[in-house]
Ligand binder design. Sequence first.
Ligand SMILES: Nc1ncnc2c1ncn2[C@@H]1O[C@H](COP(=O)(O)OP(=O)(O)OP(=O)(O)O)[C@@H](O)[C@H]1O
Length: 281
Amino acid sequence: MKPATVMNEAVQPAAHLRLVSDRAGDASGINLSGVSKTYRTRDGDVPSLRPLDFHINDGEFFVVVGPSGCGKSTLLKLISGLLPPTTGEILVEGEKVTTPHGNVGIVFQNALLLPWRNILNNVMLPIDMKRLARDKYLARAKELLKLVGLEGFEKKLPWQLSGGMQQRASICRALVHDPKIMLMDEPFGALDALTRERMNVELMRIQRETKKTVLLITHSIPEAVFLADRVLVMTERPGAVAAIYDVPLPRPRSLDVMADPVFTELVQRIRKHFFSQGALD
Ligand SMILES: Nc1ncnc2c1ncn2[C@@H]1O[C@H](COP(=O)(O)OP(=O)(O)OP(=O)(O)O)[C@@H](O)[C@H]1O
C-alpha cells in the first residue's frame, strides 16, 4: 500500500489526521492510474489535470475539494466516460472506462429537470432514454421518491417544487437505474445555507440506505468534512492530489458533529492548503 501523494510539505497533517493509503489493484470501486487531461483548443493546449493515482473504495463517501478551475468537473467527466483521459486508465468495478457507462448516476449543481415532465417522469427519464422496460422501474422510482420525502409529489411539475425538492428529485433520477456509483458535481451549490445543510444530512442517509459509492465535488471544506469518509484536496490547475485525509468521525453523523474538535481541526487543516490560493468557501 503506497501513501497518498502530498504535494505541499508545509501542510503535512497531524498524526491523527492521517493520510490513508490507496487500494490500487482492488477490482471494486473506482481506480485511477496515471490519469491526466489536457484540452486541445484552437488557442493551444490547456493542461487541466496532472497524472492522478488514487482508489475510491466500494461504498465509500469520497469528497473532492479544490480551487476553482483546478479540474474537478473534468475529473468527474473522465470517470463517467463523457471525456477520454489524455493519459492513464480508469477502472470502474474492474472495467476500463472508454465510453459513457451505466455504472454511474450523475447529479449536477442545478437539478436540470425537464419542465414539461412531472416529477415521476423526470425521475424515469434515464429509463425512457435507455428504452428499458418502464413497468420494471416504476416501483423503484416511486420508492426512491418516498426515500427522499417526495411521496405525493409524483404528479407535480418541477416549478411546483422548491429548489431543494427539485434537487432531491434529481438524486432519484441519478439512482433510478440502480448504478453502483453516484457522481455529484456541486450538487447543493445553488441552494440556501439552511436547505444545503438539510440536504447534506439527507444525502448521508440516502447513501447509507442505498450503499452507493459516492464521489462528490464541493467548494465547501466544512461540507466536505461533514459528508466524507475521505477528502481529496486538489492543487491549483493543472490539478493534482495535494493530500487525502481520512475523516475519523463516527456515523451516523448529525449537524452537531461540526462542533467536534476533530471536525474543526480537520477543516482548519484542509483550509491551510488554500491560504496561499485565496478563499475556497
Ligand atoms: N472543453 C474545454 N476546453 C478547454 N478547456 C476546458 C474545457 N473544459 C474545461 N476547461 C478548462 O480546464 C480547467 C478545469 O476545468 P474544470 O471545469 O474541470 O474545473 P473545476 O475545478 O470544476 O472548476 P470550478 O470549481 O470553477 O467549477 C479550467 O481551466 C477550464 O477552463
